[in-house]
Design a protein around this ligand. Structure first.
Ligand SMILES: Nc1ncnc2c1ncn2[C@@H]1O[C@H](COP(=O)(O)OP(=O)(O)O)[C@@H](O)[C@H]1O
Ligand SMILES: O=P(O)(O)OC[C@H]1O[C@](O)(CO)[C@@H](O)[C@@H]1O
Ligand SMILES: [Mg+2]
Length: 491
């Protein structure tokens, strides 16, 4: 299909999901939400910060590639790396020092809902889903304020042994404090001078400084955990994220094993009363390779149906699963990178025993689906087209306040670079005898042991910001897949 035919197919996809989305009864979302302190870096901002530290030390730190932020030098080193590559990254910090230094030296532009679970809960509630049940282990009054106040967005609360669903403002605990992450957004074309170097940012993206206060636990209270089967009975799907905050060791002697076990147990609890529940995990940039491997091998593998992630995260996942060569070819800027991305997604689908793996990249999405996925490829394509429309609207407007807002995304141009990229993948698939050109052109490819959906995505030239667009893509696609499943049950 050419761009005008894709435009028409996008409208069909949007309308199909708009008809079905009300079939979804409930979606459960957990664990992580935080406050995102967003700073849009402008000309001279980085140079000003560099004047406050020793630039030679920053240069040295760039070579050592810090995997956590303990100082302004670590922060500036990772910021320069991210800006130079235009790549998204999330780096943990375990002290409040950098928060204070950034507050004193950078000042943020806006404080907004952050965290995959927080962003996704608000998105789904604003899409008028029947019910979104959000669970945040550390829901403070300040954090509760960042949830949309809507009757369809509730939080579980156990009182006298009974579980109730309350608005977040009534379910919060004043003993908890807000967790604040810094989001440094940088725009394509921004130039930064440091030492003898000059960086020109190649694409809009963001660096996340993830605060990891000592009280953070990716876990559920025993009371909520015990009531999960009761809650899971009426839930069509669950979207789980935040596992990146699991640590190898804790001050009380517990280790990551305890929290991995609880995470797997919670998924088992959800399935207990509702074996058909569909589980999605939203992945992210995880600096600790050991934890990244444990999440994939011990939580996702065998327990999860659906995985959402971006291109770099596919490479990172392949790396810890032993496909180092393939991981490297995914991220090197060469002609066949998209072919490696597809081949990598196929390996992850089979290695992790998933039903679907949805990869979002700037300009195109690839979704590899197992043969036992309940919805057909055309319905699945609708969900990706709907997701791209929703993401484009978020990038254009800065947020989705209603289902109506999503339509604005249909006017965002389809990426011609994305079209060029997927043409390369199409040529490869036809050469490999995996499909004929017509199937490829329609975006739906059925091979012997998996199906593939490939779409060119709509891309906003100057997005309001980029943080959370990936969460938006994965969650709206997953909600649309659930809608497709529910509509099949109703037919
Ligand atoms: N300007 C844009 N217009 C449309 N989509 C975009 C734009 N910028 C980024 N995206 C999409 O958002 C995705 C970002 O995903 P990710 O890095 O997972 O972000 P996050 O985890 O912060 O939500 C990109 O892979 C791309 O598909
Ligand atoms: O790992 P953490 O600290 O929960 O942070 C997740 C980060 O990822 C995002 O959800 C974007 O995906 C940000 O909003 C948030 O700051
Ligand atoms: Mg993401």
């Amino acid at each position: 299909m050419d761009i005008s035919e894709w435009d028409k197919r996008y409208i069909e996809g949007y309308e199909s999901v708009a008809r079905n989305i009300s079939c979804v009864n409930r979606i459960f979302v957990a664990y992580n939400s935080n406050v995102d302190a967003i700073k849009h870096i402008g000309p001279g901002d980085v140079e000003n910060l560099l004047r406050k530290v020793d630039v030679d030390t920053v240069q040295q730190r760039i070579f050592s590639y810090p995997r956590q932020i303990d100082s302004p030098v670590d922060f500036l080193a990772r910021l320069l790396i991210a800006m130079k590559d235009g790549k998204a990254a999330e780096i943990p910090t375990y002290s409040t020092d950098i928060h204070e230094w950034l507050t004193d030296n950078l000042v943020f532009d806006e404080a907004r809902m952050g965290g995959q679970a927080g962003i996704i809960s608000n998105l789904l509630a604003n899409m008028d889903l029947n019910k979104v049940i959000a669970y945040i282990p550390w829901l403070s009054p300040e954090q509760a304020d960042y949830f949309v106040s809507s009757p369809n967005l509730l939080h579980p609360f156990v009182r006298q042994g009974r579980m109730e669903l309350l608005p977040p403002a009534e379910a919060c605990n004043s003993d908890y404090k807000a967790k604040v992450n810094w989001i440094i957004e940088f725009n394509k074309g921004l130039s930064v001078k440091y030492a003898e170097d000059r960086i020109i940012v190649p694409r809009n993206n963001r660096l996340i400084i993830s605060s990891r206060p000592p009280w953070i636990r990716i876990d559920m209270s025993d009371e909520i955990y015990e009531h999960l089967p009761e809650m899971g009975r009426t839930v069509d799907g669950a979207i789980l994220s935040g596992y990146q905050m699991i640590k190898e060791e804790y001050e009380d002697g517990k280790t990551y094993r305890d929290y991995v076990e609880r995470a797997v147990g919670a998924i088992g609890q959800l399935k207990k009363a509702n074996p058909d529940i569909c589980i999605h995990v939203e992945f992210t940039s995880i600096q600790n390779k050991f934890i990244r491997s444990a999440i994939l091998n011990d939580i996702v593998r065998n327990h999860v149906h659906s995985l959402g992630l971006d291109t770099v995260e596919v490479a990172n996942a392949l790396n810890v699963l032993g496909y180092e060569e393939l991981a490297y070819s995914v991220i090197k800027k060469e002609e066949d990178a998209i072919v490696s991305l597809y081949e990598g997604a196929v390996r992850l689908l089979h290695e992790l025993k998933l039903q679907r793996i949805h990869v979002h990249s700037l300009g195109f999405y690839i979704c590899v689906v197992s043969k036992d996925c309940p919805i057909d490829v055309e319905q699945h394509l609708d969900s990706l087209l709907f997701a791209s429309t929703t993401a484009a609207s978020r990038a254009l407007l800065g947020g989705i306040k209603s289902f109506e807002d999503i339509k604005a995304g249909l006017d965002v141009p389809i990426s011609t670079q994305g079209m060029d990229q997927i043409e390369k993948l199409g040529a490869y698939l036809v050469r490999q005898g995996k499909c004929n050109l017509e199937d490829f052109e329609n975006g739906c490819i059925c091979t012997r042991n998996h199906d593939i959906l490939i779409i060119p995505a709509r891309v906003v030239d100057h997005p309001v910001d980029t943080v959370g667009i990936g969460d938006t893509i994965s969650a709206s696609a997953f909600a649309a897949v659930l809608a497709g499943m529910c509509s099949l049950r109703e037919d």
